[in-house]
Design a protein around this ligand. Structure first.
Ligand code: VGL
Ligand code: ZN
Length: 197
């Protein structure tokens, strides 16, 4: 009862053919669906950006997707437009089971991105997930989804920092892998006490 599955951003735009396709992102769907049987609490996150979001390269004249800029809260990678609220790309992969306890949307504030399910990219603005988990007595988290080196990593690191016992099931995740970001994410997660299985 104290162990939840947190499924990160298994959405069309992160799957092959999507606006910010994670290589083989759709391969996690079957495994994630099977994992859901094992948990009493299942939480899905959904990247949910307004049009013109500040994380989109198209909002910064002269910038291209995958460039990095300085935002008031620190460095921010710029992305192709993706997961725009109410678009088909923002929908969950059609084969993903969505009969979850909670669907948490993130990234809806125009001026700040949100990789983590717990805090936006200023590392300070909460999404409310911590309160949800604590008031339900959840102490352990198993993470799966997309992308390993961005939203999964940030969620795992924040979960560990908040004192949750965090495990990431790597075969149920896929990475974007920009300039070694997957190896860096694995090292950071291990260093923070996150179990990678
Ligand atoms: C993600 C980049 C931008 C993710 C979301 O789900 O990992 N990555 N928005
Ligand atoms: Zn996003």
């Amino acid at each position: 009862m104290t162990h939840a599955l947190l499924v990160i951003d298994v959405q069309n735009d992160f799957c092959p053919g999507g606006a910010l396709a994670v290589p083989a992102g759709d391969e996690v769907v079957g495994r994630v669906n099977a994992m859901m049987e094992q948990f009493d609490t299942v939480i899905l996150t959904q990247d949910w950006h307004p049009p013109g979001h500040s994380s989109f390269a198209s909002s910064h004249p002269g910038k291209a997707p995958f460039d990095t800029i300085e935002m008031p809260y620190g460095a921010q990678v710029l992305w192709p437009d993706h997961c725009i609220q109410r678009s088909a790309g923002a929908e969950f992969h059609p084969a993903l089971r969505t009969d979850a306890d909670l669907i948490l949307r993130k990234g809806f504030r125009p001026q700040i991105d949100s990789y983590s399910a717990f805090f936006e990219n200023d590392r300070n603005t909460p999404t409310g997930l911590e309160g949800y988990l604590r008031t339900r007595g959840i102490e352990k988290l198993t993470l799966a989804g997309l992308a390993t080196d961005f939203c999964v990593q940030y969620s795992a690191l924040d979960g560990a920092r908040l004192g949750f016992d965090v495990e990431v099931v790597m075969e149920a995740c896929r990475a974007i892998d920009l300039d070694g970001s997957l190896a860096a994410a694995e090292a950071a997660m291990r260093g923070a006490g996150v179990r990678l299985s």
